[in-house]
Design a protein around this ligand. Structure first.
Ligand code: NA7
Length: 860
């Protein structure tokens, strides 16, 4: 019973919500001996599973996995009856858990938090409820779920309908008998797709209003999968641990088969197996690259469309049910039981709202642009204000009275999805920026709860009173969340992951897509590093180890992990010949780079012998002249050749529209300093003299290079200026070597672990130039006269030992009056920007480089 209290109750912790997360949070807090009050709007435990009682409501993660793991005895006592349990069974399970652990005594039901205010002097949260209660607590934890705030009907005339109105998310407890009725269902997400076949069994006429067709595969429900049961029986702990360290929270073997390179037979076999298996993480794992590569995704998507066409007998209806406006998996795919088959029934009609939009709901039914429909009942299966809806609606105000709604007006901002700056001692479970809806929720929930419990235990042990993330840590995490999403196809869809289903909601990718395993690792590291990125205060204490937990681009990190696992020997331990051979082998396995108009090989006369070159002409009319870029490959003056940088040259050519001439200069140790630099200058002179033959516009010539290639390009500019020609319009220097000084901070920070190491750089210098020559401007152009040099675009990478010398060169050029565009490859290494077709996050950087190259020349 809610009773107004004159004296506020005091608790260590208030938890809002008694679903999966609230119940386990309560259990853990009690274990710590903290006093806890759980406030729950509903009349019982269950959260999502209390409210979503529509016919056909089931989980879409196998129940062997959609279950608590914290209590092994519970697992022995409870047996799920099906592969995908129904809502009543899951609700029964949560009731069972609550009773088993006597949790109800700390839960107040039918009590909704109406406001939460941080009281700075008291260092307490003041919580008020709809029953007029006031509660003080040190910590406030929202366990209010990601799909708990139903979207209000955003359809004209929604309030006018005189018949029965139902929401799948608020289905009447007593059930609904739709027998013999004319029923409309609006919405074909999971709720619609699960309920439509069952509603069709009762309704006299069922009309489904579909805005976006959805991908769905058959759940093949039945007994729990034997293989999972066997693994669990064999070693429960191992299985649960595998789930905790898996990508999605369900143990599967991630495939490394790529859609593009797999044979038709393999594609078909993998797809059919996933279709038969009927599991979300199976159909999302047909190909390793289906989440990032449009072509690979299309293969899976088309196979699903084929299935839809084979099930639905009317070709027109089948086509209308085929999703074509988003990549498979970028909206939550559904698991169904007889969904597509339902459209073969004579009393079921599909209305494609893309062809005939709803004009208005009327008293009698629904009016579309083409037709008026009369109904007895309308079912809204229109979804939720996902992930942020329940949080911002809850009137939470932190420091200085700023509300969550105000702070998140342009989109949510969190650290680890768990906390947000300005809201001390306020935690969210499965908040935006956590894996939540992209994962098996129960695994994610247990991880969050354990982390929060560990944090509160630490605070108590250390005598601390408040915890709050720093602005730097939070901004860093938000960036990482977006970086992870940006390399996938997800942001391309109008999904609720993007907030796109709610009119006016900011478009931000809400969940963390880096994986349950990667997320857990990050959370563990934060705690292990003394709560990195948090400010912790207590009596006489104010401590903060500020920092960003993940600064590297996620795909760059993956490449590094892959290379570490491959166990390649450090190049500097090899002879030059062996190092070259090793790189040649690795180059064979990489994607070729984009198509260009034409690629031809040739030789140019060098100062002592011929130098091979490769010319890349952009696609388009072959007769037109283009600006000319003379490119020099990387490889520390020792390694590399025309093949090594071929994908990058193609990319530069395609992006800039210039003719790119890649020149192979002489290498060390066979020929040492200054041969490479002199070759580069000779190549530039030759290209200038032969511009027209090369397809270049005379006088429009730039140089470009990566690493040591950027070194010789920069030197060539200085030599050309000294020799009064040729005229060079611009210099593109990607991660250049411009100095032999290895004492800059970037060498200390990045000298080990990011492919180009200090040891390797020393090996390069030792092969190339005597110590006495390393200060010569032809080896270290930073020491040269920089006045009058061509304008520059300099690219530096965060995790490159050469980063600071690149910045130094940019600053020195600017000081000498040379215009400079400094491009920071955020989260990249010395090599990653050049990994065309491998490191997706490098593409925006290369787009900027391509634009900079184009800007060296007059507009065509
Ligand atoms: P979803 O997946 O958000 O589905 C809602 C559906 O309702 C979807 O097809 C929407 O079309 C449709 N919708 C929403 N608003 C409208 C309007 N105004 N007019 C017509 N159609 C509309 O919610 P669910 O409840 O089905 O599932 C939520 C999650 O629960 C699910 O992903 C699982 O994780 C469990 P749209 O696609 O936006 O064009």
């Amino acid at each position: 019973m809610n009773k107004p209290a004159s004296v506020p109750e005091q608790f260590d912790v208030v938890v809002a919500g008694a679903g999966f997360s609230g119940l386990y949070m309560l259990y853990r807090l009690r274990q710590l001996g903290l006093s806890v009050k759980v406030l729950e709007s509903a009349g019982d435990v269950g959260g999502t599973w209390y409210w979503n009682r529509y016919p056909g409501a089931r989980c879409d993660i196998p129940t062997t996995d959609y279950t608590y793991s914290f209590d092994p005895e519970l697992e022995k006592e409870w047996t799920w009856s099906e592969k995908y349990a129904t809502q009543p069974e899951i609700l029964e399970y949560l009731r069972f858990v609550a009773d088993r652990h006597g949790l109800r005594s700390d839960i107040e039901f039918s009590a909704t938090v109406t406001s939460a205010r941080w009281d700075e002097p008291e260092k307490r949260w003041r919580i008020t409820t709809d029953g007029g209660q006031e509660i003080r607590c040190r910590y406030y934890i929202m366990a209010t779920g990601c799909l708990s705030m139903p979207k209000s009907p955003d359809i004209e005339g929604a309030g006018r309908f005189a018949g029965q109105v139902y929401f799948t998310s608020r289905w009447p407890h007593e059930g609904v008998d739709l027998t013999g009725q004319r029923v409309a269902v609006i919405g074909t997400g999971s709720s619609g797709i699960q309920s439509i076949p069952l509603i069709a069994r009762q309704a006299r006429r069922l009309t489904v209003f579909q805005r976006t067709p959805n991908f769905s595969i058959p759940a093949h429900n039945g007994p729990a999968p034997a293989d999972r049961l066997e693994r669990l029986a064999e070693d429960r702990d191992e299985y649960r641990d595998a789930a905790r360290w898996s990508r999605g929270g369900v143990p599967i073997d991630p495939t490394d088969i790529l859609g593009g390179t797999a044979s038709e037979a393999v594609r078909r076999e993998r797809f059919e197996a996933a279709w038969e298996q009927g599991e979300l993480f199976g159909i999302l794992n047909v190909f390793a690259d289906q989440g990032v590569n449009p072509a690979s995704n299309d293969i899976v998507a088309e196979m699903i469309r084929e299935k839809i066409r084979s099930i639905v007998t009317d070709p027109g209806i089948a086509e209308a049910l085929c999703p074509k406006d988003h990549y498979f998996g970028t909206k939550r795919p559904c698991l169904d039981t007889g969904y597509f088959e339902t459209y073969n029934l004579p009393h079921v009609q599909l209305v494609d709202l893309r062809k005939q939009p709803i004009v208005s709901i009327t008293e009698e039914g629904i009016e579309t642009a083409d037709e008026s429909f009369g109904f007895d009942a309308i079912v809204y299966a229109t979804g939720f204000d996902a992930m942020t809806g329940a949080l911002v609606a809850a009137d939470v105000a932190g420091r200085d009275g700023v509300s969550l709604k105000e702070k998140w007006a342009a989109g949510p901002s969190t650290y680890l999805g768990l906390m947000t700056t300005g809201f001390p001692n306020f935690f969210m479970l499965t908040g935006p920026g956590s894996p939540s809806v992209l994962s098996n929720m129960t695994v994610s929930i247990e991880q969050h709860v354990d982390w929060v419990a560990g944090c509160l235990e630490n605070m108590r042990d250390e005598g601390l009173e408040t915890i709050e993330p720093t602005a730097l840590a939070e901004a860093g995490w938000n960036q990482h969340v977006q970086d992870c999403a940006a390399i996938t196809l997800h942001p391309t869809a109008n999904s609720w992951y993007m907030g796109a289903n709610v009119p006016g909601k900011p478009r931000v990718f809400l969940p963390y897509i880096g994986g349950v395993n990667a997320y857990r690792q990050a959370c563990d590291e934060v705690a292990a590093q003394g709560y990195l990125g948090f400010r912790l205060t207590g009596p006489g204490e104010d401590r903060c180890r500020d920092g960003v937990i993940r600064r590297m681009q996620p795909d760059v990190a993956m490449v590094l992990e892959f290379m570490a696992a491959a166990g390649m020997p450090p190049l500097e331990t090899l002879s030059a010949a062996d190092a070259r051979a090793l790189l040649a082998v690795t180059a064979e396995a990489r994607p070729p780079g984009p198509e260009v108009g034409e690629v031809t090989d040739g030789v140019i006369p060098g100062p002592s012998g011929h130098l091979p070159y490769r010319l890349y002409r952009p696609a388009g009319p072959s007769e037109g002249l283009r600006p000319l870029v003379v490119y020099f490959h990387g490889g520390g003056w020792v390694l590399g050749n025309l093949d090594s940088d071929d994908p990058l040259c193609r990319d530069l050519c395609a992006r800039s529209g210039a003719v790119v001439v890649s020149v192979n200069y002489r290498h060390a140790p066979e020929v040492r300093f200054p041969a490479a630099a002199l070759d580069a200058f000779a190549a530039v002179q030759w290209a200038d003299a032969n511009a027209i033959e090369l397809g270049g516009i005379p006088g429009q010539l730039a140089v470009a290079g990566w690493s040591a290639g950027a070194n010789v390009a920069a030197v060539a500019c200085q030599l050309a200026r000294g020799a009064e020609g040729p005229h060079i319009s611009g210099q593109l220097l990607v991660c250049p070597v411009v100095d032999s000084d290895m004492t800059r901070p970037s060498y200390t920070e990045n000298g080990d672990g990011y492919i180009l190491t200090t040891a390797l750089m020393r090996w390069f210098w030792d092969h190339y130039a005597d110590p006495a020559d390393r200060g010569d401007p032809r080896a270290a152009p930073l020491h040269g006269n920089l006045e009058g040099l061509p304008e520059a675009c300099i690219v530096t990478a965060d995790f490159d030992p050469l980063r600071d010398e690149g910045v130094a060169y940019a600053r020195a050029l600017e000081a000498a009056g040379v215009p400079v565009r400094l491009v920071r490859a955020r989260g990249h290494t010395h090599t990653s920007v050049t990994m065309v077709g491998v490191v997706i996050s490098g593409a925006p950087v290369r787009a900027e480089i391509g634009e900079a190259l184009g800007d060296f020349f007059p507009a065509p």
